[in-house]
Design a protein around this ligand. Sequence first.
Ligand SMILES: *[C@@H]1O[C@H](CO)[C@@H](O)[C@H](O)[C@H]1NC(C)=O
Ligand SMILES: *[C@@H]1O[C@H](CO)[C@@H](O)[C@H](O)[C@H]1NC(C)=O
Length: 260
Amino acid sequence: MLHLLLLLLLPDIVMTSSRRLPPPPPPRRRDSQVLNIRLCPQQRMPTVGLTVRCSNLRLTKIPAGLSNRTTRLFLDHNLITSLSSGSFAHLRLLAELDLSHNQLSFLEAGCFSGLAASLRHLDLSSNQLSALDPAVFSGLKVHANLTLNIWNCDCSMQMSMTQLDLDFSSLEEVICRTSDLPNLGAVGVSLVSLVEDWDLCGSVKRSPDVLSLVTMLLWFLGLLLCFFYYIHQNTVVARRHFDYLQFLQTRELFHMFSPQ
Ligand SMILES: *[C@@H]1O[C@H](CO)[C@@H](O)[C@H](O)[C@H]1NC(C)=O
Ligand SMILES: *[C@@H]1O[C@H](CO)[C@@H](O)[C@H](O)[C@H]1NC(C)=O
């Protein structure tokens, strides 16, 4: 009787339990991971391969349990803030990765490791990225969309740009949002132009020299001022003494020649 009632209410559980007993309770972590990945619609197409769409799910990290046959992975419009090393290492067939419109501000070195051979398109647009670490993109010769981030262009950004393997033709519209003090003219220019048209490192190195030169000049001027003031003051005192001596002299002469 009870069995019949359960069968009506929870057919799945009872069916599986009647097939195999006792059913081992699945570990909670694994369960939630499977749930996460189940929310992502999957589509298998003969030429393109397996497309997995985890867009717009308020995900805060990469869902585990992604099939290693995935060729296109959409993780856009989520709340992912960082990528850790080896996040996609098992996805050896992944050709397209869309991480746009997230909150990404930190990419750990090696977060795209394992993808160099397969990846063709990488979308990191509309995130909170400010620095480019060449170790993050090492070996990736991909077409990348890095627009609409908060790129800070300083000397290290310029150094990074010269070490990137990314397809430069795809980076032309990526612009500097901020820069450091002597280089603020670089705000609004494209990251690609940093490689040839700018010398952010040079001016960074030059600025302390200019500063110390100005300081030295001020010191010298101050010293000169003190010197002239001292001389001027001495002349005044000397003149006063001289005048007094002259006064004494004339007084003596006056006494000498005055009629007694
Ligand atoms: C996916 O993983 C399975 C088992 O771990 C393995 O046998 C298979 O070769 C892998 N496929 C790819 C494309 O890496
Ligand atoms: C890059 O991404 C932005 C916003 O996410 C989009 O508007 C733009 O069309 C993309 N550019 C390319 C070349 O795909």
